[in-house]
Write a protein that binds this ligand. Structure first.
Ligand code: ZN
Length: 72
């Protein structure tokens, strides 16, 4: 499965402590398992996401926050 597809389909539930299918709300999304509010990334992934943004500054154009391609 493609990594980016995985993240577009799922969000992180801190209650389940896992990436879960979610229900899209108006402003927030909710875990389809327990109903808790979900976030885009887990805390560790969120940190890595921001570090990746800072390490790789966009040259011209607008910064893209929707895709985070990992250069492992
Ligand atoms: Zn949950």
């Amino acid at each position: 499965m493609d990594h980016t597809d995985f993240y577009s389909d799922r969000k992180f539930c801190t209650c389940c402590n896992a990436y879960v299918p979610y229900l899209m709300g108006v402003e927030k999304s909710y875990c389809s398992h327990c109903g808790s509010e979900v976030r885009l990334f887990s805390k560790s992934d969120w940190t890595a996401f921001h570090e990746g943004l800072q390490a790789r500054r966009p040259k011209g154009g607008r910064p893209r926050k929707d895709r985070n391609r990992e250069s492992a």
